[in-house]
Ligand binder design. Structure first.
Ligand code: CP3
Length: 340
């Protein structure tokens, strides 16, 4: 029997208090992260430096004692490994070299996971530095979200080019998504073999898709990843996070093959309690802005979520990543509210 609380919940047990970790728990809100970052001007090189990446992965575990550690890396390592240039413009976020959909669809999945072996080395180092009770999470971006960055050349307000391409060039789009699914599955398989206890798929741009498109660009490629990971004999639980999927959440939960579902703060809690499968572990939902606010609002929101999910396998987390302006003390407050 495992004594890692997160793994217990992901296997269907209910724990009170629930295990807790936070998306982007390693990041710019921590002064010790900013100190390492200052020595690592190239963000992709930083992600591929096992010594530096392991150090920042462990920082929030040392400071707060979270129940899980998520490896420090980025969802844009997959396009980098498949041959599209990726860089980070200070204050502006990610940039990817302009490529046509035809060029992107011709990028091959083979060999990409091998080019990211540094992340596996980070996982091995982190595992060696973690308390026994702490679960180690590996992750990747889901194909649609990664494809939107590849097609748009960076972040974008409404993913207009990617959504248009999904309708006008379905053959090439589906080829790109299938190639991304295969390289991502291979990468996750290697992460599990290197010590990741749990795997998570970030579908950060599941929002704003009509049902037929959601099924084609979100559900089908995600199912392809889960099947390929399972065919390789990997049994680590997989958490899916279709951020902003709204009414599509229950279909995503039922049809992709994932083991647990991460929810965003825009999803109505009562509706989620009633419409997500009762036996499926659920993670998330705290508004990152309430963590920034702190005080009475934070206390009452923690209470509301603990009450709503009592009796269900639940993992406490935010509905999206921690913002850089969150005071580190607010995270201690949050943990005190949850753990009592
Ligand atoms: O602690 C953790 O959660 C693990 C590390 C992690 C990072 N990125 C580190 C990071 C994880 C899980 C991600 C996932 C990721 N990256 C997503 C999916 C989750 C989400 O936020 O929706 C996305 C969309 C990306 C792409 C990306 N990487 C963006 C949009 C940015 C922000 C750019 C900016 O300047 O704010 C990044 C950079 C990034 N990834 C940072 C961190 C800590 C900040 C970079 C820095 O230190 O300057």
């Amino acid at each position: 029997m495992t004594h890692r609380p997160l793994l217990q919940v992901l296997s269907g047990q209910t724990l009170s208090p629930p295990p807790v970790w936070l998306m982007r728990q390693a990041g710019r809100y921590l002064p010790e992260y900013r100190a390492v970052r200052a020595e690592q001007p190239d963000f992709i090189a930083f992600c591929l430096n096992p010594q530096a990446a392991a150090e920042v992965t462990l920082q929030p575990i040392r400071r707060y004692g979270f129940d899980a550690s998520i490896v420090f890396a980025d969802i844009l390592l997959i396009p980098h490994a498949m041959g599209q240039k990726v860089w980070f413009e200070k204050g502006e976020g990610p940039r990817l070299s302009p490529m046509s959909l035809e060029q992107l669809a011709a990028l091959k999945p083979e060999g990409a996971a091998k080019r990211l072996s540094a992340v596996c080395e980070t996982l091995t180092r982190v595992r060696a530095g973690l308390p026994e009770t702490c679960t180690l999470i590996g992750f990747a971006g889901a194909p649609w979200t990664v494809a939107t960055y590849m097609i748009e050349g960076g972040g974008s307000k409404d993913r207009w080019k990617a959504r248009t391409a999904a309708w006008s060039e379905p053959g090439m789009m589906d080829r790109l998504l299938a190639n991304l699914a295969d390289s991502t599955a291979d990468y996750l398989i290697e992460q599990a073999k290197s010590g990741a206890d749990v795997l998570k798929l970030f579908e950060s741009w599941a929002e704003g898709l009509p049902a037929p498109l959601f099924d084609r660009v979100v559900i089908a490629p995600t199912r392809r990843i889960v099947q390929r990971v399972r065919a390789a004999g990997i049994t680590a639980p997989i958490i899916g996070f279709p951020k902003g999927a709204g009414p599509h959440y229950p279909r995503y939960a039922a049809e992709t093959g994932i083991d647990a579902i991460a929810t965003d703060h825009g999803l109505d809690t009562g509706w989620a309690v009633n419409n997500l499968p009762a036996s499926m572990p659920v993670q998330g939902q705290l508004d990152p802005a309430v963590l920034r606010a702190g005080g009475a609002a934070l206390q009452s929101e923690v209470r509301r979520l603990l009450d709503a999910w009592a009796g269900r396998p639940y993992v406490f987390n935010l509905g999206h990543g921690i913002n850089p302006d969150v005071p580190p003390d607010h995270v201690s407050e949050l943990l005190a509210h949850i753990r009592g």
